[in-house]
Structure formats: C-alpha cells, structure tokens
Design a protein around this ligand. Structure first.
Ligand SMILES: Nc1ncnc2c1ncn2[C@@H]1O[C@H](COP(=O)(O)OP(=O)(O)OP(=O)(O)O)[C@@H](O)[C@H]1O
Length: 310
C-alpha cells in the first residue's frame, strides 16, 4: 500500500527526515510515533502530496507521489496537523463540499456524508456551525473530511492533539472503527493513543526511523532482557532484600498477600534468581522475563537511554 525508500527532506541546510524506509500493507493500522519535531508531519505531508521530498521515493498503491500526485490524491484522505475547516459552514454542508471537491458524484454525496458522520460520531451535530464545536468535535470533523470520499489510505497527523482524556477515549474508539475500511497511518507523540489502536509502530527520532514492529516485538527486541519479574507470597521486605543482590528492585504490586517485584537484572539470570528466592525460604509463585513497558521503551528509543530510566 505504501512503499517508502531513502526518503529525505531538507529545509535549507537542515534535514527534517533522513533516509526513511518502510512499507505498510493494505489494511494495516500503523502508528507513527515520535517526539515533537521528529519529522512526522514532514513525512505525512510528502505522502499526502503537499510537500516534495528532497530525495528518495514514496509510492502509494504503485503511484509515485512526485510523478503521479493526482493518482495518489485520489487514493488518500489526509488530516493535516491543523485541520482545514471552514468555521462558518455547518458540519454536513462542509463535508458535502469536501466530498464534491474530492470527486464524489452529486448523486452519492448525501450518502457519503451520512457515512462519514456515522463513522466519526457527528450525526447529532450535522447542522451545527463548525465554529460552535468543541475541540474534540472539530478533530472529528477533521477525520470525517479525510474519509468522506472513501479513500483506501488515511493519513492522520496527530488526531489526538489537544484532546482531554475523555475526548481521547472517544478518538481512540473512532480510530479503531476505521479498521477494515481503510489502511491507516496515524501520527502521535502520545504513546497511549497509538499503542491501543495500532497493529504496528514506526518510531521516528531526529528524522530517522529508530525502530519498527509490533509493540511486543519492540519490547522483546529492545527491552526484553533487562528485567526479571518475581511474584512471592508475603514477606515483602525479605523478598526485596534477596533480590537486591541482583540489581535495583521495585515493588510493582501488593495484593492479597502476594507481592510482585521487578529486579533490574538480565533475563539470563532467571535460574540463579529463582534459586536464591527459594533458598531464602520464600514461596515463589512466578518468575519470568519482565517486558519493559512501552512507555519507557518509547522514551528510550526516542530520547536515549539516560533520560528514560524508570
Ligand atoms: N517549513 C519549515 N521550515 C523549516 N524547518 C521546518 C519546516 N517544517 C518543519 N521544520 C523542521 O523540521 C523538523 C521536523 O518537523 P516536523 O513538523 O515534520 O516534525 P513532527 O514530528 O511532525 O513534530 P510536531 O509534532 O511538532 O509537528 C523540525 O525540526 C522542524 O522544526
């Protein structure tokens, strides 16, 4: 669906993105994650044919964004970082206007607008002026204008930007609802927004791809070896004392007499740690390789290890 290779964009002397390469298959919902200024918007704008790359290639369904932008535009829906909304128009009228602009035949416009409003939860505000909407609803209109012509590919630049927690929950549900009908590339600097909605993550740092894979793959590849999780019955202090011989210890949970601890030690050490726990007379319920939480993994991949210690 998307093929990107060697994609580079310079603003003057400065490279906003450098040598990006990735593929996205049809139907995938992919999260594009990076801190502010990492290069997400630049990449999405190139895929959305509103910005030319300095070098490299980006291909959408076989069409090159530089050589065939017209073909590409027919297949994509784009929500830029600032949604292009006309404040003085009603929601329904605005979506109808966008649908016509994108080549939907007049016969089909009403049905497409209804469909887009249904998907984005805008039914009840169909005749409200856009200027009267809350930020959460405005973001939804931004998503609706991107999908009203039923594009195969949706490029969404920070649809969760500025949303409060409740609006964020609703936006996540909206994004989940797009699965099946569209291939989606959605950017964010907010990990929870992405980790719960996407099949796969592309992590960008300083304009370069730092990592890609499913949440599980990333955790295994980048963070799987540094922790051991231990569950024992009772005796919290004694458990901490025993584990401290192997590394820094954190108590993760304590409930119904069961203590869950995490020790910063290589997973290779599991047999020795298990023996030490049992030898200390503790009742060992579970011991396994701890998987680093995506949050700290993300910080490590985007900022560097020293800033992301728990
Ligand atoms: N028009 C421009 N002229 C000069 N530099 C730019 C321009 N647009 C972006 N940049 C720079 O390019 C880099 C990447 O910006 P980009 O907007 O792609 O990042 P981003 O990951 O989308 O971040 P944000 O979430 O803040 O938009 C940043 O250092 C930014 O300052």
């Amino acid at each position: 669906m998307i093929h990107v290779e060697g994609l580079t964009k310079y603003y003057g002397e400065r490279a906003a993105i450098r040598d990006l390469a990735f593929d996205i298959g049809r139907g995938e919902v992919v999260g594009f994650l990076g801190l502010n200024g990492a290069g997400k918007s630049t990449t999405l704008r190139i895929l959305g044919c509103v910005l030319l790359p300095t070098s490299g290639r980006a291909v959408v369904e076989g069409h090159d964004v530089v050589a065939n932008p017209h073909e590409v535009r027919q297949r994509i829906g784009f929500l830029p970082d600032t949604p292009p909304l006309y404040d003085e128009m009603d929601v329904g009228r605005f979506l109808a206007f966008v649908a016509r602009l994108r080549g939907v035949s007049s016969r089909q416009v009403a049905a497409r607008v209804a469909e887009a409003e249904e998907k984005t939860g805008l039914r009840e505000v169909d005749s409200a002026p856009i200027s009267s909407l809350s930020h959460g609803y405005r973001q939804r209109v931004g998503v609706a204008q991107a999908l009203v012509h039923r594009p195969a590919l949706l490029l969404l630049d920070e649809p969760g930007s500025g949303l409060d927690p409740q609006q964020m929950v609703e936006m996540r549900a909206l994004l989940r609802g797009l699965r099946g009908d569209h291939t989606v590339l959605v950017s964010s600097h907010l990990l929870p927004e992405i980790s719960q909605t996407c099949d796969r993550l592309l992590i960008i740092k300083d304009g370069e791809l730092a990592a890609q894979g499913t949440e599980e793959e990333l955790a295994r590849r980048w963070g799987g070896s540094g922790f051991i999780e231990v569950e024992v019955r009772g005796a919290r202090e004694r458990a901490v004392g025993v584990l401290e011989a192997w590394g820094r210890v954190r108590v993760l949970a304590e409930a119904h007499g069961v203590v869950t601890l995490q020790v910063e030690a290589s997973a290779e050490r599991r047999p020795q740690v298990a023996r030490a726990v049992v030898d200390a007379g503790l009742e060992l319920l579970r011991l396994d390789r701890g998987v680093e939480k995506l949050e700290s993994l993300f910080l490590r991949l985007t900022r560097g290890a020293e800033e992301a210690s728990p």
